[in-house]
Write a protein that binds this ligand. Structure first.
Ligand code: CMP
Length: 144
């Protein structure tokens, strides 16, 4: 089914100039970018976004890091994009991520793992609504 997912280049990826490289991978795969913005996440938004990790020992570190500099927030659309984007990102810990995946190719540490992507249909919907207003998502035709 055609789905939408929320992907975000984290502060380390923006810092290291990887936005273009990451966008290119999803464009070449055949997915469609329907929303994007460079933004600085507030602590409040970070805590909402990562609310499922509230009790984890690394929660404070996670919020500190994601608010430490600009992120590039994106909404991508396509057939099975939620799972395929997860596969393209690779395992959460870059140390375990296969070569050829984004984290496998560019990541080093589990906290600075370059990119975030929604892990289910429910979190995609929740995260898209948290970061984007409906009018910030565009509909247009694209020839692959
Ligand atoms: P993300 O997909 O953004 O969702 C939760 C994040 O928590 C995850 O990527 C990691 O960057 C981060 N994370 C997971 N485990 C740890 C850990 N042990 N220490 C620090 N950060 C972690």
């Amino acid at each position: 089914a055609v789905e939408k997912t929320f992907l975000m280049v984290k502060p380390d990826g923006v810092q290291r100039g990887l936005i273009g490289e990451i966008v290119q991978r999803f464009e070449r795969k055949g997915f469609q970018l329907v929303g994007a913005k460079l933004m600085h996440i507030s602590r409040e938004l970070a805590e909402q976004h990562y609310s499922e990790h509230k009790e984890k020992p690394f929660f404070g570190e996670l919020v500190d890091f994601i608010t430490s500099g600009p992120v590039f927030a994106m909404v991508w659309q396509g057939e099975n994009v939620i799972q395929i984007a997860r596969d393209m990102m690779g395992k959460t810990n870059p140390a375990d991520a296969a070569p050829g995946t984004i984290r496998g190719d560019y990541g080093v540490q589990v906290s600075m793992n370059v990119i975030h992507g929604s892990d289910s249909k429910e979190s995609a919907e929740r995260e898209i609504n948290l970061f984007f207003k409906p009018e910030e998502l565009l509909e247009y035709t694209r020839d692959i």
